[in-house]
Write a protein that binds this ligand. Sequence first.
Ligand code: TNX
Length: 490
Amino acid sequence: MGNTADTVIPAPASQTAGDGAFDLGRATAIAATADAAPVGEYLASLLRTATGLYLPVGRDGNVVLTIEPGHPEGGYDLAVAPDGIRLAANDAAGLFLGVQTLRQLLPPSSADSPASLVPPEIAATTISDHPRFAYRGAMLDVARHFFGVDEVKRYIDDIALLKLNVLHLHLTDDQGWRLEIEGWPRLTQHGGSTQVGGAGGGFYTQDDFREIVAYATSRFITIVPEIDLPGHTNAALSSYPELTCDGHAPKLYEGIEVGFSSLCIDNAHTYEFVADVLGQVAALTPGPWIHIGGDEALSTPDADYLRFIERASGIAAATGKTVIGWHEMGRSPDLPAGTVGEYWSFTTPEGDAAEVSRRFVDRGGRLILAPADVAYLDMKYDESSALGLVWAKGPTSIEDAYGWDPAEVIPGVGDAQLLGVEAPLWTETIVTMTDIESMAFPRIAAIAELAWSPRRTRDFTEFASRLAAFGAHLAALGIAFHRAPGVPWR
Ligand code: TNX
């Protein structure tokens, strides 16, 4: 028996059940025009793994992928009927998103547990679907613990399943500098040589980074690179003492405190460094955004911070990218037009977080919401979680992660002012790929639904029943996830 459409996460904008079912075992081929062929090949490879069926991709077939105008903006139309499947969108990205829905409509299966034991049937259904927000992000901190190219690729595939389309990489922090910068070899040779707890460390060569970007592109995911400035820079300061005010290199740092490091604000080397780094990062990254951090600069005096942000954001904008900064950057009186703020305070804003965030909007930018009390994937699930932190009103249950709406966080900021939503995974306590997946899944599914599905009254019991179906897919795919109580896992 195939799953019905109402098991999909994120919930489609509209869906109607039909009569009968399509038996994929009877499919002859995937039909795709040249522009749709890469997505056709991607679908075919997924289906080969999941069902053992070899579906050639060609001009004719009864699983038809079409690129043509007239479909939902950013989305797709999918019709499953007894005689075939039709998936259509305005572009290949839309088709790719529709394929993610199709995967969830199939019975959960994999090469390890092939569906050939059961007919791979899909119940007839019609879905017309589009995203609520253009930016649907996950963030991975590769600085506190380093994760290699293959692990990042795997996370890209993991998040694609949920129609997320941005991976923000937190590339630098006190504990490590993870991206090779030409002309500054010690950043990675020395600054990338360790991580939290000491063992390991590592960095991406520029070729490694290009490989990550290319893989993300093949999954219609945009990489947002973050170089965190002017705080969170101990690894850089330790590598190049000329970036400090006293010329004295601090030791490499393997703890988990924040807010103790700062670039030297009135030092000419600082701006050569910022321009060189941001210029190379921008050149390596095809996406429209560059993130310059700006958070928790607790040891940078206020006036220095404002002067630094004004200059550094100008340097970042001069690369041609749209600048993103954590919401503290809104305190700066002068930001490049359209600078995007990333909000990390709580669903009930604390201190001046709402006010400084609104300033991005006042100056023509938009906001990405990553409220720490609901969207931070590094919070413990419950008191018994071995991994994770609790500072952001943790523990954070799946119900907490699901129980908010992006338009209700910052007064005066609704859908029109929001670029999107992001789920960050900071990695102070996260060491392995299994750690990553089991902290992200299933809470990231809640955040993905808030980012994609239309605003509506949300019922956790209903979501939990879809989550149980999604969990079966995760299990078949070998993706680790936390079987939190309150969900009828299969
Ligand atoms: C806060 S929120 C941070 C990170 C930490 C994280 C741990 C923000 C922009 N910065 O430096 O890793 O908390 O949860």
